[in-house]
Write a protein of this length. Sequence first.
Length: 198
Amino acid sequence: MPVPRPIIIHSGARLRVEQERIEEIHEWVMREESNIVEDPTFMVESRATPEEVYVWERLEIEGDTVRTPVYGGAADALLVHQIYAHLHLMVAMGRQEEWLPEAPAAVEYDLERAILSRAADAWLLGRTAFDTSPYGPLDELVYAKEAGYLDAFIFTARPEEFATSRTQWARENPGENEGYRDWFLSTFNREPPGLRTR
């Protein structure tokens, strides 16, 4: 394993990660990538799209096949999109406990949060250990997770979903939305997804 290097984005915001954590992420990412390639019981299809997309956008599951769009200008993002799609397909195929042992019975928001947390870790691995190129939608996800704003990121970016969990979270975390927005603006110099026009 390469020694992980800090990530630095245009605003100067940095992320550092410990070697031990990166090795743990690398282990499951490689296992998942092998399964995506080698398991004949399902298909993960990706198709190039001309615009940047978040991993959850336009995901389609049909039988034993999952389809995910990937921005044509971000080849390094392909595996993370495939991992996100693969995890959703594994849930649909009854294999959630095998691939999400930390959330074996999670549903709805808790399930989506667990899958996005894994996607963020996979991107963190690439950016810190394998010199993958910056890509806005995934950089936003990983920075939000590492800063403790994963919930705020998801609820803000996807305002039409997870109403019950959102209400409970907002009640338990007063002011968190404002703190997240301020943090995002200072980190990325623009509004967070869900509060900006694309």
